[in-house]
Design a binder for this molecule. Structure first.
Ligand code: ATP
Length: 407
């Protein structure tokens, strides 16, 4: 299965230089960190390596770095906050080159339990994002072992996620995952590859096209696949229903038919809305007060737009969740940014909050919705990576996961 990966519990780092790829991609405003969730989330792995006597060298990207290295995207604020959280010095190597003379010297001066933070890996541009060999080697030269704890970046084969591990392994070093990565692998990996059934998967969000492989893969793995959100209307149209001015992807009608046939053949339940909340137009601004009504899914007037699942559908979906032992949810059921159109999403979130099943939220908008509704602590796991969690649900092997040694 390839998910039985070495973690920080399985490697011996005493006296060794350990390079840790973190996700310190925090939001900044005027040079101040506005949300340090990602820094806090990285602490257990860092602390474990400090306690084990490792020389802990941290690296991360921050922002998209479109116009080359710049102070606005420096990791300096992260170093400061991290030092406060750890209660010890973090030696920040501010050199825009990330590796090189300054980094080498800082690492050479390290004692057991010391922490060094390198500069933003995206300051190396394409060398980082195109998995450049030279940069991979320079990173690997700084360390004896490597730990990846950046789940949100693990679907990208970048030098600091993938390339570096080849060089570390070639020189006999171990590559492991940190606690954050381990948790994501345990929850998302097990849910998809080894679910306790009944396994109910709920997919929403805007477009069918964004989730083609997720739908196909989950249909194989789950017992019931629930479809909501904008993507539901392409399915309804594929069934031959009038969908008015609702969001539709004409090119994916055949695909939706195929999926409905596939579900039938596999004996899986594919649940689609039986009723829907409609309005005359998409709300503008998005949270504008609009007039809505609920109609049967096969009775959408030609001049109306479906913007949320209807009340009967919400009940039906909540009922399906009740019978599940594992639930994975990605994507809102409607235009949840508008309170009038958030009812379907709230109903689904509530049903997940109330069940004893293992509940997994696949990042992005659904994670935001769950947080916003105050249900976060009722879920078994909320993924920290939108894109990465979707690729997991597609059944793809993530470069950051593949790069860790098997146990
Ligand atoms: P992420 O990829 O960040 O995880 P997501 O998968 O949760 O996102 P998206 O595919 O980005 O979801 O779609 C979410 C968006 O879809 C929301 O902004 C929501 O308003 C919109 N949406 C949901 N239902 C509809 C609908 N019926 N018509 C139009 N837009 C919709």
């Amino acid at each position: 299965m390839g998910l039985n990966k070495k973690s920080v519990n399985d490697i011996n780092v005493k006296g060794k230089r350990v390079l840790v790829r973190c996700d310190f991609n925090v939001p900044l405003k005027d040079g101040e960190i506005t949300d340090d969730t990602r820094i806090k989330a990285a602490l257990p792995t860092i602390q474990k390596l400090i306690d084990d006597g490792g020389k802990v060298i941290l690296c991360s990207h921050l922002g998209k770095v479109k116009n080359g290295p710049n102070e606005g995207e420096s990791l300096a604020p992260v170093a400061k906050r991290l030092s406060e959280k750890l209660g010890k010095a973090v030696n920040f190597v501010s050199d825009y080159n990330v590796t090189g003379e300054a980094a080498t010297q800082a690492v050479a001066a390290m004692k057991e339990g010391d922490v060094v933070l390198l500069q933003n890996t995206r300051f190396r541009g394409k060398e980082e994002t195109k998995n450049g060999e030279a940069f991979s080697k320079e990173l690997a030269d700084l360390c004896d072992a490597y730990v990846c704890d950046a789940f949100g970046s693990s679907h990208r084969a970048h030098a600091s996620v993938a390339g570096v591990t080849d060089v570390v392994r070639a020189k006999g070093g171990e590559c492991a995952v940190g606690y954050l990565m381990q948790k994501e692998i345990d929850f998302l990996g097990n849910a998809v590859e080894n679910p306790v059934s009944p396994f109910v998967a709920i997919l929403g969000g805007a477009k069918v096209a964004d989730k083609l492989n997720v739908i196909a893969n989950l249909l194989e793995k789950c017992d019931t696949l629930i479809i909501g959100g904008g993507m539901a209307y392409t399915f309804l149209k594929a069934k031959g229903y009038e969908i008015g001015t609702s969001l539709v992807d004409e090119e994916k009608l055949d695909y939706c038919k195929e999926m409905m046939e596939k579900a039938e053949k596999l004996g899986k339940k594919l649940l689609l809305p039986v009723d829907t909340t409609i309005a005359s137009a998409f709300p503008s601004p998005i949270d504008a007060e609009i007039e809505v009504s609920v109609v049967s899914a096969d009775a959408i007037p030609a001049d109306k737009m479906g913007l949320d699942i209807g009340t009967e559908t919400a009940k039906m979906y909540a009922e399906a969740v009740k019978s599940a032992k594992t639930v994975v949810w990605n994507g809102p059921m409607g235009v949840f940014e508008n309170p009038i159109l958030a009812k379907g999403t709230i109903a689904v979130a509530k049903s997940l909050a109330e069940t004893d099943a293992t509940t997994i939220i696949g990042g992005g908008d659904s994670a935001a919705a769950v947080n916003q509704l105050g249900f976060a602590d009722k879920m078994s796991h909320i993924s920290t990576g939108g894109g990465a969690s979707l690729e997991f649900l597609e059944g793809k092997e993530l470069p950051g996961v593949a790069a860790a040694d098997d146990k």
